[in-house]
Write a protein that binds this ligand. Structure first.
Ligand code: NAI
Ligand code: HPV
Length: 529
């Protein structure tokens, strides 16, 4: 069997490659070279990138087999998560891998800016011993304003506190009490601009944050402020920063990131007050090792069909060991449901009853949806795009859990209401130490059958002779019955025959059986593939 292909589009640590091991075919390409990158996507299962590869809608369209995009780092502004989600592709990042490195680099740029380290270094190596020209400022008793008090912003705050600074921050999404517990006062953006001697940016790049610090804001700052950006280029408007420094409104800046990268000719490079690094925030051995190994593990999980805790476009969190065996069962129940319903339900309820209901079972809702849509839509259905498909088709989905399960230790039911008001349901369980899967209910009839690839169900009015007719007609077509069960409410009432078959029953035989036994409904379920 061919090994899954992992395309590594940027430098990945040896440790990361080692985690991938021999189970994958690892290919390398330069993700920044579009003419090489796009064709290289044609048959890959996984893609690993850093910040230099644009994984946009065009890239997604070039990758028909792609199942996971892994970002060996934090920022996802170079990945079109929406386009990936629509295509059923999981997106993962390594959210804590490089935050310490980014925070340390921020401190390095703050100090470098305060003490003119880079400028003095260049001058001295150029043969100039100048001391008064490079007189700097202390951090002690200064006000540091942090824009975005998330993971990196908080690490920066912790690291700066011992310098004797006052810490203030702008982050409308963080409760003020959380900030206060870290010794940081949350303020409005205007207040931070007016008060801070150093402003450091730790925001994600988004529609709201692009240009957040522009011409207007740079007129509201305290004289001699220094600005640091180790987040993303474009959050501080470069041209506005250039003018502000030129006009003496801003004393200096430490910049690691640029609107377009790589770059070698920014206007900021002309200014002696600006210290720059080429996006080095995450470039430490430690961060790269963590980023590489974390995404490699996520890729392995994703390609193994397992749940991935770092997935950013899949609902729910980590999957408990007790819940994992329920995933293939629930997916299969979803497929059986669709075969029984013959259409997409308007309302779908996934019921999880019994011991596992005490766990976080949201992933079972995803598994049910994946199954429900597998035989309905062209192209792959995954945990990623299944909720989107339900939403697009107007199916309202609900997850119901209960610790009570009278007959089985655990029961999972997929129940749906169809457009004409009919209800269809199918329930399954995992039983015994070997976790054998069984279908235990269909449309209210109880049974115990294996959820094999070929099933057939007939609902009719209970009377003698029916089993014989079904057996004869299938036999005439050489369809072997593996098992058969009859379930009924009351004698002479509604009954259901459930069959497991060795091969698929042709549609005309099913119609013939339904006609001869006067069935209310006859349904075959073929789940091969
Ligand atoms: N230079 C480098 O090498 C690196 C840069 N980064 C950049 O740093 C960014 C931040 O990383 P983390 O701290 O891990 O992210 P995070 O998600 O933990 O923190 C971001 C914070 O920004 C806040 N925020 C989001 N939108 C906002 C808005 N419109 N206005 C105000 N606050 C807003 C959030 O509430 C959150 O607290 C990443 O998105 C990435 O772009 C990350 C790692 C390395
Ligand atoms: O993780 C991030 O967001 C970074 O900015 C680091 O980018 P990189 O992996 O060094 O290209």
């Amino acid at each position: 069997m061919n090994k899954p292909v992992v395309l590594v589009a940027e430098e990945l640590s040896q440790a990361g490659l080692a985690v991938l091991g021999a189970d994958f075919e690892v290919r390398q390409v330069d993700g920044a070279d579009r003419s090489a990158f796009l064709p290289a996507l044609s048959d890959v299962d996984a893609l690993i990138v850093r910040s230099a590869t644009q994984v946009d809608a065009e890239a997604v369209a070039h990758a028909p087999k792609l199942r996971v995009v892994a970002r060996a780092g934090v920022g996802l502004d170079n990945v079109d998560v929406e386009a990936a989600t629509k295509a059923g592709i999981m997106v993962v990042n390594a959210p804590t891998s490089n935050i310490t490195s980014a925070a340390e680099h921020t401190v390095a740029l703050i100090l470098a800016s305060a003490r003119n380290v880079a400028q003095a270094h260049t001058a001295l190596k150029g043969g100039e011993w100048k001391r008064s020209k490079y007189t700097g400022v202390e951090l002690d008793e200064k006000v540091v304003g942090i824009l975005g008090l998330g993971k990196i912003g908080q690490l920066v705050a912790q690291r700066l506190a011992p310098f004797g600074v006052e810490l203030i921050a702008y982050d409308p999404y963080l409760p003020a009490a959380r900030a206060a517990a870290m010794g940081v006062q949350l303020l409005s953006l205007e207040e931070v601009l007016a008060k801070a001697d150093f402003i450091t940016v730790h925001l994600p790049k988004s529609k709201e944050t692009i240009g957040l610090i522009g011409e207007r804001e740079l007129h509201q700052v305290k004289p001699n402020v220094r600005l640091i950006n180790v987040a993303r280029g474009g959050i501080i408007d470069e041209n506005a920063l250039y003018s502000a420094i030129k006009e003496g409104r801003v004393a200096g800046a430490g910049i690691d990131v640029f609107p377009k990268e790589p770059v070698t000719d920014s206007p900021l490079f002309e200014l002696d007050q600006v210290v720059v690094t080429p996006h080095l925030g995450a470039s430490t051995h430690e961060a790269q090792e963590k980023a590489g190994t974390q995404v490699a593990r996520s890729v392995k999980l994703a390609l193994g069909g397992e749940f991935v805790p770092d997935a950013v476009n899949v609902q729910g969190g980590a999957v408990a060991e007790e819940v994992k065996p329920g995933l293939p069962l629930t997916e299969r129940l979803g497929r059986v449901f669709t075969a029984l319903a013959g259409e997409v339900a308007t309302r779908l309820v996934v019921e999880v009853r019994g011991e596992i209901a005490s766990q976080d079972v949201r992933v079972l809702e995803l598994a049910a949806l994946k199954g429900v849509f597998t035989d309905v839509v062209e192209g792959g259905v995954t945990y990623v795009n299944a909720p989107l498909l339900a939403h697009d088709r107007g199916t309202v989905v609900e997850l119901v859990t209960s610790p009570e399960s009278p007959d089985w230790r655990n029961v999972i039911t997929v129940r749906g209401v169809l457009a004409d008001g009919r209800t269809v349901s199918v329930s399954g369980t995992l039983s015994g130490p070997r976790q054998i899967t069984k279908i235990v209910e269909v449309n209210g009839f109880t049974m115990e059958i294996e959820p094999t690839d070929h099933l057939a169900f007939f609902t009719y009015t209970d009377r003698p002779g029916i089993v014989g007719i079904v057996g004869r007609l299938l036999g005439e077509q050489s369809v072997n019955i593996a098992s058969m069960q009859v379930a009924r409410g009351a004698k002479g009432g509604k009954a259901l025959i459930a069959l497991t078959l060795d091969t698929a029953a042709p549609a005309d035989v099913v119609d013939q059986i339904a006609a001869e036994i006067g069935a209310d409904s006859g349904r075959v379920v073929d789940l091969e593939g």
